[in-house]
Design a protein around this ligand. Structure first.
Ligand code: ADP
Length: 513
């Protein structure tokens, strides 16, 4: 049979999705290939069809132990002999299954990466493996957003397989840097990447609003729709779930602190539409294939744009219009910054985490089309989407370069050693004791924004921080520092714009106190 015929007879589909054919062709020519497709793009078929055409066994390495059974059941239902071995099975069951694989009774064997790294490797290495599919391959890269140490050993283990199988790596999230890393580690030279653009998703950023209020209003308006709300912590998931249930919304929850049975139960309630909305930490969602999710709302800022796009991308897998909403709060970013700071990572890895977090801030504050911003981040280009909150924002964009330069020079003159409140006071010309005691009233930037309130200046500083011109460094009492982008503004190499509703300013410089 040809791949096309198998697609029809085994899976019931008429045509390949973009990229699928190219990956299958490469595998059948025994060429190692990296497959980058968005969530829901149809990555699984890329190795499942070759698995049926190859003589030997296809080993699928997947970190999603909880989902292996479902994936294998789905294949078996299509008449495809597949099985899995993982820590949920006892020793004799595992042996039975491996014997089946040895005898050629199954075409696909799903395993977790840990299994390759354990004493059980010898058993696997003895199998007639023709193809290894490395799912969620970004987990192998320290530059990725979900690095898993257990994936690192893959590089060596795959080399030790006596059958020298073809390797296909699959992921939905790979920046050019992560893609390079995956290819180097797994000895891959080819890449099939399909467009990341999601024509049915409307991205929205909602800034500095009361999130509870927003969620309640949103659910009221979308009461009959299925959606996911991501919150930052288990505690927050529980609080939100209670809040929404009290208002009689059909809500369930998912986080790492629930028992496996509870998790499974709640997940199924959501999958089978017994509960409309899933409130979850980011532990929820990898590998979940629910097609009619109409909205994904992030009530917490994810640590990276990759993570955000992957989670947001769980909306609208059926191709119907859906929304991806980020409720952005600068304080969230600062808390995360603090946690990175306190973590026991090395300096380089901390720096890398800061940069990824900073990118989320820039996403939330860019005036560019949001879909375009994301595409550019993944090394792609595309037209304006016409659907995101920026494309639909009709407010005037104001040039605030001069005001920005004033703020930045003040930060500079205060030697980048103070926080927002004091900088705003100095710019506003405050006579606060702290200002005078430090002698800041002698600075040339003292009072140069006296026609604005301290509150407006503080908001401007927040905006400049979120947009990446300033960095609020440190935990509880962050100190403002000028970023490279900010330095370019000071040198007059970069302009700054901001969409703002026109607010009244005082017409004459007056004393702020
Ligand atoms: P991914 O792993 O890329 O997130 P999946 O492999 O789970 O995506 O596929 C997502 C959905 O698309 C599945 O329900 C799958 O059956 C379906 N699908 C895959 N390929 C095709 C195709 N060629 N035509 C129609 N549907 C497809």
């Amino acid at each position: 049979m040809t791949p096309q015929e198998l697609l029809k007879t085994k899976f019931g589909y008429d045509s390949f999705r973009p990229g699928q054919q190219a990956v299958i062709d490469a595998i059948l020519k025994h060429e190692n290939v990296l497959t980058i497709m968005p969530t829901g793009g149809g990555k699984s078929l890329c190795y499942q069809i070759p698995a049926l055409l190859l003589k030997g066994l296809t080993l699928v390495v997947s970190p999603l132990i909880a989902l292996m059974k479902d994936q294998v059941d789905a294949l078996n239902e299509n008449g495809i002999p597949a099985t899995f071995v993982n820590s949920s099975l006892d020793f004799s069951e595992i042996n039975d299954r491996l014997n089946q694989a040895q005898a050629g009774a199954v075409k696909l064997l799903y395993v977790s990466p840990e299994r390759l790294d354990s004493g059980a490797f010898a058993q696997l290495a003895a199998l007639p493996i023709d193809l290894v599919a490395v799912d969620e391959a970004h987990c192998i890269s320290q530059w990725g957003h979900d690095f898993r140490p257990s994936y690192l050993a893959l590089t060596d283990r795959l080399k030790q397989l006596p059958t020298q199988p073809t390797i296909v790596a699959l992921t939905a999230t790979a920046t050019p840097r992560v893609a390079e890393d995956i290819k180097t580690r797994l000895g891959i030279t080819q890449e099939v990447k399909t467009g990341f653009q999601r024509d049915n998703l409307a991205f929205k950023v909602v800034k500095d609003q009361d999130s509870d209020r927003y969620l309640l209003d949103y659910l009221k308006l979308n009461a009959d729709q299925s959606g996911i709300i991501y919150a930052s912590t288990r505690k927050e998931v529980e609080r939100l779930t209670k809040l929404l249930q009290k208002r009689h919304f059909s809500v369930t929850m998912y986080h790492g602190g629930l028992t496996p049975e509870q998790r499974r139960h709640n997940q199924e309630d959501f999958l089978y539409d017994r509960a409309q909305v899933m409130v979850a930490t980011n532990a929820f969602g990898m590998g979940i294939d629910k097609s009619n999710v109409r909205f994904v709302i992030h009530d917490a800022v994810p640590g990276s744009l990759e993570a955000y796009y992957q989670e947001a991308g769980r909306a609208g897998r059926d191709g119907l219009p859906s929304e991806a909403i980020l409720l952005f709060k600068l304080a969230d970013v600062q808390t995360q910054h603090f946690f990175i700071d306190q973590s026991d990572r090395d300096e380089q890895s901390k720096q890398h985490e800061y940069e990824k977090l900073q990118m989320m801030s820039q996403y939330a504050n860019t005036e560019q089309c949001l879909q375009q911003f994301i595409l550019n981040y993944f090394g792609e280009t595309g037209p304006k989407c016409g659907r995101c909150s920026n494309c639909l924002d009709t407010r005037e964009s104001q040039d605030i370069t001069v005001a920005t330069q004033k703020v930045l020079s003040c930060v500079y003159r205060m030697h980048e050693r103070f926080g927002k409140t004091l900088v705003a006071q100095v710019l506003a010309g405050s006579k606060d004791q702290k200002v005078t005691k430090m002698g800041f009233e002698t600075l040339s930037t003292y009072g140069i924004m006296a026609n604005q309130t301290k509150k407006a200046i503080a908001e401007l500083i927040d905006y400049l921080t979120a947009a990446g011109y300033l960095l609020a460094d440190g935990g509880q009492y962050p100190v403002l520092k000028i970023t490279a982008l900010g330095a370019a503004v000071l040198k007059g190499e970069q302009t700054v714009t901001r969409k703002v509703a026109v607010t009244a300013t005082k017409s004459l410089p007056v004393n702020n106190e």
